[in-house]
Design a protein around this ligand. Structure first.
Ligand code: ATP
Ligand code: MG
Length: 587
């Protein structure tokens, strides 16, 4: 274990409000998904995300604010649960009038505007399937995904429409394109597109389609960090996972103002930008703009955000921008902060403590798992660098190469999860073989394993520690080295803002550890700094694990969802083909 950070103890009495889960072990012992089901409102066996996230709150609490929207220009709009219900019910009838049938796929290529959220819930209410696309995608990845899932309608904006126009001839399944006009008054071209406002003006409110637990709801393409993105396909019943993790991991409570910074084109932006907060009936802040350190803290201050869910890349950028910035703002509304998407370096966990008195709580899940599987909780001490403990009701384990569970502590292996749980993907769209390859029998006769593709270890107290993605783990002179461990040590050094570590083929050691770093402002790259970093890493990790080589880059290649693409660092280092780069963030 490399972390130098002490466990962060929790004092429940000091929390601003008592957590929904005051005792982790007690809930783990008593948890049942049937109890969760009973807390939701499932009329006559109908399970529909729009009902759970919108209608049931509109019925009980119609005037409660569901969405606070702040535009990129600073204008603010608010919408109640009743507004969300009415607008989504109208959009459902728009889709019906366009002939969209239950189970058909509707794609979204949108920036964050309120109408996106109405249209998403309208689609779910119709019983059709939402397929989010990231707005920065170019035409090829857009066409690829639309064709893979045979989308029938695309919902987009005037600014993004040209990308759809560019692929119209190559996406024969698309029957209509609906353009949501922007606040500057721009519309889509007449003839080629349908105008959202015009369609909505005369639309009646449609009743909810009586979907069931196993009906399709969402197809999410994975981030493409390791290869070609896969269409992780989910069902309406997954809402049990969104609701329960929103309640116990995110600790969402009626008075909260919650902010998830993820883009709705990614799985976090839907599952935790829409489904978890709204199934819990809380107010959610949606900010149209992108990352900016000062702006983000200003948003927290202005809207009195209480619960904040963000990602390691953003946290590293906030760290890079310095402590002076958060200290200029009143952040006293914040009570709980979390991170997801990549391993969160221990440095990032404790930075939150320094910046606003709250540590970041890391949690782990994937597109395929549909909801959070392993987490740090308000009532559990944090071991910085650890992903935390299993969500009550799910059963992850460490398994060896024969799919046998490793029960001894601190042994590294593949991270797997016992099948089933409510939000588990039910398919990779149109790719049965690949889907089947992710599930394996337990040779000891236990429930089957879902193989995550990540490597991890579990300590004697049940905390899970991320080691690396299967493909990223380095084999050097017979040792397996996880890149995360090495990266975390490098970013402890004051000069280093970000680090990405790969295995470089070597005739003697099989692979040697090579690191790429990006520096904090005010530092310049030199041979001396390289030697200093290698010395620092050796002192902390030992010579077998410390990087043999370190190069400096302006910034590391990342996916648009903010994950370091180590496979690309490796391909570039070795002069190999870069593979699928559709999700690569532009330089
Ligand atoms: P692809 O599968 O297409 O390569 P991806 O795995 O990045 O892309 P996602 O489903 O968005 O697509 O990301 C899930 C992965 O992100 C996890 O398998 C894990 O590798 C990483 N991850 C997410 N959260 C954490 C975390 N808290 N700690 C460590 N890794 C995390
Ligand atoms: Mg993956």
């Amino acid at each position: 274990m490399t972390t130098t950070y002490e466990e962060i103890a929790k004092d429940l009495a000091a929390l601003k409000s008592p957590p929904n889960m005051p005792d982790y072990e007690a809930l783990r012992a008593s948890f049942s998904w049937d109890t969760v089901r009973a807390e939701l409102d499932l009329p006559n066996g109908v399970v529909n995300l729009a009902h759970e996230c919108v209608d049931r709150h509109a019925a009980r609490n119609p005037a409660k604010t569901a969405m606070i929207w702040e535009g990129a220009n600073g204008s603010v709009e608010t919408y109640t649960f009743e507004d969300m219900r009415r607008e989504s019910a109208k959009f459902a009838s728009v889709l019906a009038s366009l002939g969209v049938q239950r189970g058909e796929r509707v794609f979204f290529l949108m920036d964050r505007v309120p109408e996106l959220y109405f249209a998403v819930f309208g689609t779910l209410r119709r019983g059709a399937v939402i397929c989010p696309l990231f707005s920065a995608f170019g035409p090829d990845p857009i066409a690829e995904r639309i064709n893979r899932a045979e989308g029938c309608v695309v919902v987009t904006s005037p600014a993004l429409y040209p990308k759809i126009e560019a692929v119209r001839a190559r996406t024969p399944s698309v029957r209509q394109v609906v353009v949501i006009g922007d606040r500057a008054g721009r519309r889509g071209p007449e003839g080629a597109t349908l105008d959202y406002a015009t369609l909505m003006a005369g639309a009646p409110e449609a009743p909810l389609e009586p979907t069931a637990n196993e009906d399709w709801s969402v197809i999410h393409f994975t981030s493409g960090t390791t290869g070609l993105p896969k269409g992780g396909s989910h069902v309406h019943g997954a809402v049990l996972g969104h609701y329960a993790t929103g309640k116990y991991v995110q600790d969402l409570q009626p008075g909260d103002v919650y902010w998830c910074t993820a883009d709705p084109g990614w799985v976090t932006g839907t599952s935790y930008g829409m489904f978890a907060p709204w199934s819990n009936g809380v107010t959610s802040l949606i900010y149209e703009g992108g990352f900016s350190s000062a702006k983000w803290f200003e948003l927290i201050q202005r809207h009195r955000v209480t619960v904040w869910y963000t990602a390691p890349t953003a946290i590293r950028l906030l760290m890079k921008a310095g402590l002076d910035i958060p200290r200029r703002f009143d952040l006293s509304s914040l009570r709980y902060t979390m991170s997801v998407g990549e391993p969160l370096n221990p440095e990032g966990v404790v930075w939150g403590l320094e910046a606003f008195g709250l540590p970041f709580h890391d949690n782990w899940w994937q597109t395929e798992t549909g909801s959070i599987m392993i987490a740090n909780y308000p009532a559990l001490p944090i071991r910085p660098g650890s992903m935390g403990k299993p969500f009550p009701g799910v059963h992850p384990g460490i398994i060896d190469d024969h799919y046998r569970e490793v029960t001894e502590p601190d042994v590294e292996g593949q991270l797997a999860v016992r099948v089933p749980w409510p939000s588990m993907m039910r398919a990779y769209w149109n790719d049965q073989e690949r889907y089947d390859s992710r599930f394996k029998d337990d040779p000891d006769g236990g429930p089957r394993w879902y193989i995550t593709g990540d490597r991890a270890r579990r300590d004697a107290d049940g905390y899970f520690w991320f080691v690396g993605r299967d493909d990223d783990v380095i084999n050097t002179a017979g040792h397996l080295v996880g890149p995360f461990e090495v990266e975390s040590v490098l970013i402890e050094h004051p000069a280093v803002a970000e680090a990405g570590v790969i295995g470089k083929p070597d005739p003697v050691a099989m692979e040697v550890v090579k690191a790429f770093v990006a520096l904090n402002d005010g530092y310049a790259w030199s041979d001396q700094l390289r030697r200093e970093l290698i010395g620092h890493a050796r002192a902390r990790l030992g010579p077998g694990v410390a990087p043999r080589e370190i190069d400096c880059l302006d910034h590391l290649p990342k996916t648009r969802s903010g994950k370091i693409m180590r496979r690309l660092l490796k391909a570039r280092e070795l002069g190999l083909p870069e593979g699928d780069t559709s999700t690569l963030e532009e330089d």
